[in-house]
Design a binder for this molecule. Sequence first.
Ligand code: ATP
Length: 306
Amino acid sequence: VNVFVRPIEKINSVIETYPKGIAGFRRYTELLDTEPDIADRPGAIDVKSLKGDIRYRSVGFGYSGDRLILRDVDLDIPAGQTIAFVGPSGAGKTTICSLLPRFYEVQSGAITVDGVDIRDMTLSSLRSQIGIVQQDVFLFGGSIRENIAYGRLDGPESAIVEAARRARLDEMIDALPEGLDTIIGERGVKLSGGQKQRLAIARMFLKNPPILILDEATSALDTETEREIQQSLAELSDGRTTLVIAHRLATIRNADRIVVVDATGIAEEGSHDALVARGGIYSRLHTAQHGEKGRKEPTSSTAHGT
Ligand code: ATP
């Protein structure tokens, strides 16, 4: 279950009812601020240029009072590292990640970034420091430029062009007669799944947040596209603290640390090799996912590296 969908739906409805032609769309973070239940504390601070040192301390959370999804979750994610969350569907991987931008508030314990409790930060400044790439990329009916800028058209054109290039969207854009001004969405050019993913990545290169949450696509792209997207995502996450809700072996392997989430909370964590050697849940998941391939590729410990 993707808990990010709900806040995103709220944004969609606001953007779609927003009059076209008015200079700029409302900013993503401002839209998210329209959630009524999460407000800034008096004296909340505006954070800027966080390093992205993330800590979860005894975090407890449930969507309804009687059922805790997370109990006493402790996590240390040093700035710049990539951490991959794996585990069965419904275990709480998405939930753990959705607490960081405060889509929901922790019920007990605390989450800090650079040593500051995220509840002591203004919601908009916290969210300005976090980029999210989801499987369902939301595009609004406007130009590619507007979609990459996500309403922030006040920046220089060169920044948008550069973001498109780093996300490898430039070839496609160059091939279109109207380039960045090409209208996409229902009334315009329809983008492929891979192109949508690249657009989402371009948004993040432009936003340039120190913290990234990647909710990996479960739906299959063709292998070549998949490999290219993985490469762009790896470049995007370079130097940023990255939390990945992981489904892809390549990402999981390349993560600095893997956290195995199950119904009891965090069941195991460590590097790929350490977890395989441990012979626990991860090693069983790994064997199951690898089943067929594993037999064909006995040297599979290197076969999926990028
Ligand atoms: P998946 O791999 O399927 O995305 P996940 O590990 O990310 O699963 P979560 O989406 O975090 O799991 O869900 C954890 C639990 O919380 C599940 O039991 C789910 O049904 C429940 N849940 C998720 N979102 C909500 C919500 N918005 N309201 C109520 N319950 C929710």
